[in-house]
Design a protein around this ligand. Structure first.
Ligand SMILES: [Zn+2]
Length: 132
């Protein structure tokens, strides 16, 4: 399933930015239409990949933008749900502008609990007695 490889890529994106030991809570990603993401399948794939990464329960927020097209004839730019929509000027030569983006927009996490540092590393100074 295609979404599984996308989910693995997201895990890698996050892993490079997440502080060591932190627990991921939520990520927001923008995935271009070229990836042809099915949202339900993507949620399922993310859940599976996140659990494997030790982040079970981490939420995925999807930002799935439409196609961005540019007319080669008049230069008009517009967005469309259709990849092959024609420009209003009637020209046939519209081209895609990207669509392959995969951006980690934001992520939330709980910082790792610091290991207890209560044990003194230096020996406590001996109590010195004042002159009696
Ligand atoms: Zn045009």
């Amino acid at each position: 399933m295609h979404e599984l490889s996308v989910a693995d890529a997201l895990v890698e994106l996050v892993r490079r930015r997440l502080p060591a030991g932190a627990l991921l809570r939520r990520i927001t990603v923008r995935i271009g239409p070229l990836h042809a993401i099915a949202p339900e399948a993507m949620q399922w794939a993310w859940k599976s990949a996140a659990e494997k990464a030790g982040w079970s329960g981490a939420q995925l927020e999807l930002d799935l933008p439409p196609w961005r097209l540019r007319c080669l004839s008049c230069g008009r730019r517009w967005q469309s749900a259709l990849v092959d929509e024609l420009c209003v000027c009637g020209a046939i030569g519209a081209v895609l502008e990207d669509g392959a983006e995969m951006l980690l927009l934001s992520f939330e996490y709980d910082a790792a609990e610091m290991a207890s540092a209560s044990a003194p590393s230096a020996p406590a100074p001996a109590h010195s007695q004042g002159p009696v």
